[in-house]
Design a protein around this ligand. Structure first.
Ligand code: ZN
Length: 155
């Protein structure tokens, strides 16, 4: 489907040229950085949460078009989502990038334009960089909370 490929390419290039999520987050709950040594892509995230939802999300990627576009799409897709929704979307996006079908009820928005990347194994890490970085940060946050909750009980 050359026409579809062309459309997808346009979507990816648009995010690459005009990345979303560049507005600085004034008082983030957490920041995180990620690096993809295979390609040299770097990402920096700042996240402000409000009652378990992503209130503000700053995503700054430096690297190839796929990593930048994926981070930009992530910034657009995740605002207002709960942590559980974010982790679920990350799982779905990852399985899409490994060539598996996405559950029909899942809306990945512009990320679907990255579907073709699944055919290029070396680029999959580029597409996943921002997501993996966010996912790991959320998991660390969760672990810290659990430790915090267990702390007083242990005393
Ligand atoms: Zn890359």
């Amino acid at each position: 489907m050359p026409q579809l490929d062309e459309l997808y390419r346009e979507v990816v290039l648009d995010h690459y040229r005009h990345p979303r999520g560049h507005e600085p987050v004034e008082s983030p709950n957490f920041c995180s950085e990620g690096f993809n040594p295979t390609c040299g892509d770097q990402v920096r995230l700042a996240v402000a949460l409000d009652e378990g939802r992503i209130d503000e999300l700053e995503v700054r990627c430096q690297g190839c078009s796929i990593s930048v576009a994926s981070g930009s799409m992530m910034a657009e897709l995740l605002r207002g989502r709960t942590e559980a929704e974010v982790l679920e979307l990350a799982v779905q996006f990852k399985s899409m990038m490994h060539g598996k079908p996405i559950a029909p009820e899942v809306e990945l928005g512009d990320l679907e334009a990255l579907q073709g990347v699944a055919k290029f194994p070396v680029r999959i890490k580029c597409a996943l960089l921002a997501w993996t970085t966010l996912q790991e940060a959320l998991e660390r946050l969760r672990a810290e909370r659990e430790k915090g909750a267990a702390g007083p009980m242990a005393v």
